[in-house]
Design a protein around this ligand. Structure first.
Ligand code: F0G
Length: 418
């Protein structure tokens, strides 16, 4: 395996602060992490990532949740409401049906606001405090706005969110609203919202907390660390493959970064890094297209549509980080239909795991790749489920069964039950 990104620690630059700095993944520019606000490389506009002068091993981690992994993060504490420590579930029915050596579901919907975004926000909102910003902002298909609204409220910092009008699930808008965010409904899709909010951030109007923000992805790295610890504890081995839904490809990038930092720490051999496998909805699959065509960049899709509104995204901003993650681990990306997503949502629910549609894409993708023989029967697999069932009550109700109307008396109920 060619982990070209595996050892990012050349020499510690003078700009490092407590062993951490920002680096451009394209041209190698380095800069201080907390002195100025940057989302992209000032020289070439490439994506930035946080780098460290040394990497912790599993023995260095103690405590709970995201902050158990503080030694792998750029700050040592966060604006926290106990995020992380999500369950790694067995799903015996699906494991049996799909036919793999082991299948576990890492349910990130069990975070405080019901999605993995909390892991990024506990770090990102803390960095925003350090930078002294007075407004936080994001574009969102829903979950990012819910999490940012909550963590912003906790930090006492105003939050602005831009949502694609009519395309955000009810639970998510309700969360952003109740936590007090200023919500703008934009006449456009998520990618349009991100263009506008990134522009606002560049003009100094607000601090951007989309996954373009490299600090947020550091928090999301902890999914990968926690997943490996739990999998090893439960099965005595490491997973061969991680299957995850892809929108902006932030998690694909973050988990790969977690794994290659473990390689740099000497904890994982390069060939122990799980195969990164991305899943998109057929109606919003620019990453799948880029992987299929072996391209280094994605072509933006202007028209996107899927029932899995969380991943209704046509321009995955983290593609330059995520495409190497897939390529260098020998992974792939696959598109699934809305029907396959809903079927997988039902299958997860039957195994007791309640997820929103985008999350079920991971299981739908695994089913498809197993049928195609891309995933082998001997593989140990983790599917990432990213958001809770209650995020999108309409989708859940539509996928479930209709209630039966009955009269308000026992005889009538017994009659009905036959
Ligand atoms: N699953 C869910 C439930 C999500 O909310 C998102 C992204 C993804 C998967 C995709 O993750 O971007 O790391 O590839 N939601 C963002 C939002 C866009 O605004 O809530 P990714």
């Amino acid at each position: 395996m060619d982990l070209t990104l595996a050892n990012p620690t050349a020499a510690t630059p003078d700009c490092a602060d407590d062993g951490a700095w920002l680096a451009c993944i394209d041209c190698g520019w380095t800069g201080p992490p907390f002195e100025e606000i940057r989302y992209r490389c000032p020289d070439c506009d490439g994506l930035l990532e946080v780098r460290y002068d040394d990497h912790p091993t599993f023995d260095d981690f103690s405590g709970r949740g995201v902050w158990r992994y503080a030694d792998a993060l750029p700050v040592d504490h966060g604006v926290s409401i106990d995020e992380g420590d999500t369950p790694l579930y067995e799903v015996p029915t699906i494991e049996d049906e799909v036919g793999v050596a082991a299948l576990r579901v890492k349910h990130e919907g069990m975070n405080p606001t019901g999605s993995f975004k909390d892991r990024g926000m506990t770090v990102g909102v803390r960095v925003a405090e350090k930078l002294g910003v007075d407004r936080l902002a994001c574009a969102s298909t829903g979950n990012t706005s819910a999490a940012l609204a909550c963590y912003g409220a906790r930090a006492g910092t105003p939050v602005l969110v831009l949502l694609p009008a009519g395309k955000v699930a009810a639970g998510k808008v309700a969360q952003a609203s109740l936590h007090g965010a200023h919500i703008l409904e934009v006449d456009g899709n998520f990618d349009d919202c991100l263009d506008v909010v990134a522009d606002l951030a560049d003009r100094g109007e607000a601090y951007l907390l989309n996954s373009l923000n490299p600090f947020r992805l550091e928090g999301q790295k902890t999914i990968g660390l926690e997943m490996l610890e739990q999998f090893r504890e439960g099965t005595g081995s490491l997973p061969d493959r991680v299957v995850l839904p892809v929108g902006n490809a932030g998690n694909t990038s973050a988990l790969f970064k977690a794994f290659r930092e473990l390689v740099a720490a000497g904890e994982l051999a390069p060939d122990e890094v799980p195969t990164m496998t991305g899943v998109q909805a057929e109606g919003a699959a620019p990453m799948v297209e880029a992987v299929a065509e072996g391209r280094e960049t994605v072509r933006r899709w202007d028209d996107v549509e899927t029932r899995a509104t969380a991943i209704r995204i046509g321009n995955p901003v983290n593609a330059p980080k995520a495409l190497p993650a897939i390529r260098e681990t020998g992974g792939t990306a696959v598109a699934v239909s809305d029907e396959e997503i809903t079927d997988a949502q039902r299958a997860l629910a039957r195994d007791g795991v309640g997820v929103e549609p985008a999350s079920a894409a991971s299981v739908a993708g695994l089913r498809k790749l197993r049928e195609q023989g891309v995933v082998g029967s001997d593989e140990r697999v983790v599917c990432l489920t990213t958001g809770h069932l209650l995020k999108d009550p309409d989708a859940a109700a539509a996928a479930g069964v209709e209630p039966d109307p009955v009269p308000a008396d026992t005889e009538g109920v017994l009659d009905h039950l036959g």
